[in-house]
Design a protein around this ligand. Structure first.
Ligand code: ADP
Length: 212
């Protein structure tokens, strides 16, 4: 671990590593004011095939149509780029989520509303993401059951996992820890995409309306 990067945000220095946090003049508040929006992160979690990417895409389209400045960080896309050196071991999953949270935080600092769509199966990692991102962290649990996800098997991954071809597959051979205090819960077996998006927007409306 590169522990030097674990410094608290409000610390101005990390003398162990000769690091100093520079306070820049164009800060998050100024960027938010210029963009006329409150920056925050919508963190979507749930099993593979639960509907995270589909809802994230539809949600971003709605926010875009509302004139919001957004960025979407999606599981496979990030794993094919920024995190292409990471696998699915416990250690790599932790690092995957840590990097995504740091990127989301940077994008929030740039004034953007960020949507993330990652399985993020471990409560501890989501807590860590919340710590990194801060006040603007909102957790959306896509609660679609394993039975429904496996029935869909969009990418054929459940079949491969059942056949023992994928090690540590979430929901089959690796745990998914259900969020206990999610800000929003949507079950895509019961709600269509539009209903899910409407529900998320309704639950987050105070943040979306917040004047800056
Ligand atoms: P994830 O990103 O969670 O792995 P995906 O969005 O890639 O899931 O896949 C979800 C699948 O479920 C898609 O094929 C999508 O069309 C389907 N689906 C059916 N109903 C819904 C719904 N209400 N919301 C989202 N996806 C749905």
């Amino acid at each position: 671990m590169t522990e030097g990067f674990n410094i608290q945000r409000d610390e101005k220095t990390d003398s162990r590593h000769n690091l100093t946090w520079h306070m820049m003049e164009i800060n998050r508040q100024k960027r938010e004011k210029q963009m006329q929006q409150k920056a925050f992160t919508i963190w979507m979690s749930g099993l593979s095939g639960a509907g995270k990417s589909t809802i994230a895409n539809a949600l971003e389209k709605r926010l875009y149509a509302m004139g919001k400045k957004t960025m979407l960080l999606d599981g496979d896309n990030v794993r094919m780029g920024l995190n292409s050196n990471l696998g699915f071991s416990d250690e790599d999953r932790v690092e995957n989520i840590r990097r995504i949270a740091e990127v989301a935080k940077l994008m929030n600092d740039a004034g953007l509303i960020v949507i993330t769509a990652f399985i993020s199966p471990y409560r501890h990692d989501r807590e860590n993401a919340k710590q990194i991102i801060g006040d603007g962290f909102r957790e959306v649990y896509v609660s679609t059951s394993i039975e429904e996800c496996e029935k869909r098997d969009v990418k054929g991954l459940y079949k491969a996992a059942r056949e023992g071809k994928i090690a540590q597959f979430t929901g089959i051979t690796s745990p998914y820890e259900i969020p206990e205090h999610a800000d929003v819960v949507v079950d895509t077996a019961e709600m269509d995409v539009e209903t899910c998006v409407n529900h998320i927007l309704e639950q987050l409306k105070s943040l979306l309306r917040e004047s800056v």
